[in-house]
Design a binder for this molecule. Sequence first.
Ligand SMILES: [Zn+2]
Length: 87
Amino acid sequence: MNLVRLLLILILGLILWSFFKRWLHSHADEEESESSVSQEKPQPTLKEGGKMLRCEHCEVHFPAGDAVHFQGKVFCSEAHRRLNQSD
Ligand SMILES: [Zn+2]
C-alpha cells in the first residue's frame, strides 16, 4: 500500500508541477510582451553571407539560391541555361 500511495503522491506532484510551470510560463509571456518592444531587427537582404555566383551566359552576379546548375556551369535563370546550351 505504501508504494501505491507514494506513486499517487508522485503523480499528483507532477500534475501540480506541470500546472505551476504553465502558470509561470504564461506569467513570463505577459511580462515579455510588455518589455520586448523591438528586439527583432529587419533582416538584411543578403542572407547567409550573401554568396554570389556568376552566370555563364550574361556574366551577371546573382544570389547562389537562384542558381541553375547544368553540366558544371552556373546560370542565373533557366532561360540563360537554354540559351547557353544552344550556342
Ligand atoms: Zn544570365
